[in-house]
Design a protein around this ligand. Sequence first.
Ligand code: ADP
Length: 308
Amino acid sequence: MKIALLSRNRKLYSSRRLIEAAEARGHVVNVYDVLHCYMNISSMRPQVRYKGEVLDGYDAVIPRIGASVTFYGTAVLRQFEMMGVYPLNESVAISRSRDKLRSLQLLSRKGVGLPVTGFVNKPDDIADVINMVGGAPLVIKLLEGTQGLGVVLAETKKAAESVIEAFMGLKANILIQEFVKEAGGADIRCLVVGDKVIAAMKRQAKAGEFRSNLHRGGSASLIKITPEERSTAVRAAQTMGLNVAGVDLLRSNHGAVVMEVNSSPGLEGIENATGKDIAGIIIDFMAKEIAEGKGKSGQSRTRTRGKG
Ligand code: ADP
């Protein structure tokens, strides 16, 4: 296969591992910085160009698109789709998953377990929303946040009201969420490929912190997940229409709840925690999909899955 890897830096662990795994299997991989790709959007002859060269003859494209470049990155990926190139994750699914609110709404329609979450516009309605999510302590999340930044634990009703009002005053969009205290500062990252969880790890927040992000000093370890957790993670990925996803779960006293579905999951933490060749599994999955004729845009299995 000839594969285009959209990544801003080929030296990043995940990019490096995907290149290694693909080359070890005899595939050709070229890396393109998505911000340096440009497009010719003309009738019947869509092109992606890079430094004067037309990117032609690709079988597959692997998007590793950072949150800060979602708009341009998904436009480039969509252009590859218009050319009939198989996307490991589709542009529409990536856009969907980048919007936390839209993601939760879609997951709720499918009956996937979620922390009780509110979204509100008028300060007058804050008190009712706080009651609705079960009162304090509760979690307030900036819609635009990543890597745990903009996620605040408000211990009391008074603190919650003040923080929510402050964010609203700044015109920031926020989610107000039930605090899953019983998770004990741990979450579970499930790596979904196709219709399987191929690896799972537990991330534990450092002492005095409730956010378990590895970027916030959390530590990773191996975990055995239950069949219910497995099926929740797979359903979450499928609802978003993602072939490859990092699904973050919390163990709540009302079962597994999904916090987030990540469309460009990092491979370093989970390969180290599990010792699995996850990059290899991803490349093998992609080769199989293409061999089964799911390679052409418009025929992909995920295309009909996630509506909305
Ligand atoms: P980000 O996308 O910025 O990583 P998350 O929504 O994943 O933000 O939250 C960051 C971390 O905070 C999670 O990994 C989890 O450990 C903790 N957390 C988030 N929401 C809740 C919640 N409702 N209850 C308990 N812990 C939470």
